[in-house]
Design a protein around this ligand. Structure first.
Ligand code: ZN
Length: 153
C-alpha cells in the first residue's frame, strides 16, 4: 500500500519544462501504478489520487483574450474567447485522446450586440494578437505529439 507521501505528486512549478513528476496511485483491483507526468503538464494532480484511471488528464491551458459581451437587458460581462488547452488522457476509452491533442473553446455561448467600429477594431486586434499565440501553440502541439510518438516507438 502506498504511503501518503508516495500517493501525492511532487509539487512542480507552473512553468513548462519541469522535471518529469511521478507518483504512485492505487487502482480498482487493489494494485498500484506509477503515473508519469509529462514536462509540459501544469496540472496539480492533487485530485488524481482516486482509483478511476480514466479521469486522469495531463496538459496546460494557454492564455486567452477576454472581450466585453453585452446586451441591452443584462449589461456587460467579460467573456474569454479562443481559449484551449493541450492535453492527453492516457486511459480514456477513445484512443485518439491518448496522444497529445488540443481542446479548443472558441467562444462561450454568448452574443455580441451593438458592436461599434472602435469596439470591433479592438476585437480584431485581440484576435490578431492571439492568432500569433495560436501559431506558437500549434508548433508546440506538433512538437509534443512528435515526442509522444517517438516515445511510443
Ligand atoms: Zn500531469
Amino acid at each position: 500500500m502506498a504511503t501518503k507521501a508516495q500517493a501525492e505528486p511532487s509539487v512542480g512549478t507552473e512553468k513548462h519544462g519541469h522535471s518529469p513528476r511521478t507518483w504512485v496511485r492505487r487502482v480498482e483491483n487493489g494494485g498500484q501504478i506509477t503515473e508519469y507526468c509529462p514536462t509540459y503538464c501544469t496540472d496539480h494532480h492533487t485530485n488524481d489520487q482516486d482509483e478511476c484511471l480514466s479521469h486522469l488528464f495531463h496538459g496546460f491551458h494557454f492564455e486567452r483574450p477576454e472581450v466585453a459581451v453585452f446586451d441591452a437587458k443584462d449589461g456587460t460581462a467579460l467573456a474569454p474567447i479562443l481559449q484551449g488547452r493541450i492535453q492527453i488522457a492516457p486511459y480514456d476509452q477513445n484512443p485518439r485522446l491518448h496522444m497529445p491533442h488540443l481542446v479548443f473553446e472558441p467562444f462561450q455561448d454568448e452574443v455580441m450586440e451593438c458592436v461599434d467600429p472602435d469596439d470591433f477594431a479592438d476585437i480584431i486586434s485581440k484576435i490578431r494578437t492571439h492568432c500569433d499565440r495560436l501559431d506558437e501553440i500549434h508548433s508546440q502541439l506538433v512538437q509534443i505529439r512528435t515526442e509522444w510518438l517517438e516515445a511510443q516507438a
